[in-house]
Design a binder for this molecule. Structure first.
Ligand code: HEC
Length: 287
């Protein structure tokens, strides 16, 4: 038993070190967003600052007013001085000045309103914050895209990697196992495809045939190489702050709802005792 345990942990460690691996047809695996950030006011404030400075140029968040940031412990003065652009009033919604027609011309698509993205990107089995957290950390240079950027989670995305200077330069190695059919014989052939994407987004592709008769399945494995690993780690923490803010923004009342829920349960518990006593009193003479 112990041996098996050691073997599996060794394997898990090996996969982690090598990067991420996923099967054909499946989307890129999501990294868990560190939820503790949701209760960290300093992180939420930093997230708000990042969001307003770097995302509101293209995206709106029109379900939220600037003065709601007071719920994150910011004073009206702090919001006015650090987060409001000259023409905005503290009671204004987080809208943007960019015209939809211009946006379409520049990016090919309209940058969507981000008020609810941390919720709308959730599925039955995966969480919305995990999606945004992974998305913001999987951009790579791609010379074949009009913006010069691509994304592992959101293939051929219209958004450039706006925070790239915070993350630093990274290159990507992809290793894919692929199936194809031999044109002459019509037989199944399996190959390994190595793709290297350098810091300019240029690809070098190498292929090698896998021995016939083996048992294979299609999969993709990626590995990032960062010039400055510490910078990438600091970037991850900044993105966690940003996602914490976006999660709060998608449901500013979440905390109140949970607190209220506790009181409702306490009430129901006490009420049950009374109801049970009353029930007993009613039936006492009948029985
Ligand atoms: C230069 C303009 C621009 C900036 C700045 C920008 N984005 Fe985007 N973003 C886009 C565009 C365009 C899309 C639509 C991409 C598509 O559909 O291909 C997008 C899509 C997204 C999506 C996917 C939404 C969805 O559900 O499909 C998320 C999440 C997102 N952006 C987050 C951010 C965050 C967070 C920031 C700030 C750090 C940011 N964006 C800054 C242009 C921008």
């Amino acid at each position: 038993m112990k041996k098996i345990f050691i073997k599996t942990t060794a394997l898990v460690a090996a996969v982690l070190a090598a990067g991420q691996l996923w099967a054909a047809g499946a989307t890129f695996p999501l990294d868990p967003f560190p939820k503790a950030k949701l209760n960290d006011l300093a992180a939420l404030q930093n997230g708000a600052k990042l969001f307003i400075n770097h995302c509101l140029n293209c995206h709106s968040a029109s379900a939220i007013r600037y003065n709601r940031l007071q719920d994150l412990g910011l004073t009206e003065e702090q919001i006015k001085e650090n987060l409001l652009f000259t023409s905005d009033k503290i009671g204004d919604l987080m809208t943007i000045a960019m015209k939809p027609a211009d946006a379409k011309q520049w990016f090919g698509v309209l940058p969507p309103d981000l008020s609810l993205t941390a919720r709308s990107r959730a599925t039955y089995t995966t969480s919305g914050p995990d999606w945004v957290y992974t998305y913001m950390r999987t951009f790579y240079r791609d010379s074949e895209r009009p913006t010069g950027w691509n994304n592992l989670l959101f293939e051929n995305v219209g958004m450039p990697h706006v925070l790239w200077d915070l993350q630093g330069v990274r290159t990507l190695e992809k290793e894919q196992i692929k199936k194809s059919t031999d044109e002459k014989t019509g037989q199944e052939v399996w190959k390994k495809v190595f793709t290297n994407i350098d810091e300019y987004g240029l690809r070098t592709v190498k292929q090698e045939a896998l021995p016939a008769g083996g048992y294979y399945h299609e999969s993709t494995q990626v590995k990032w190489n960062a010039q400055d690993a510490a910078k990438v780690k600091a970037y991850d923490s900044q993105i966690a702050d940003l996602v914490a803010y976006m999660t709060w923004m998608a449901e500013p009342y979440a905390k109140t709802r949970v607190q209220l829920g506790v009181w409702v349960l306490i009430f129901l518990f006490i009420f049950t005792i009374f109801a049970w006593g009353l029930n007993r009193a009613y039936w006492k003479d009948i029985k």
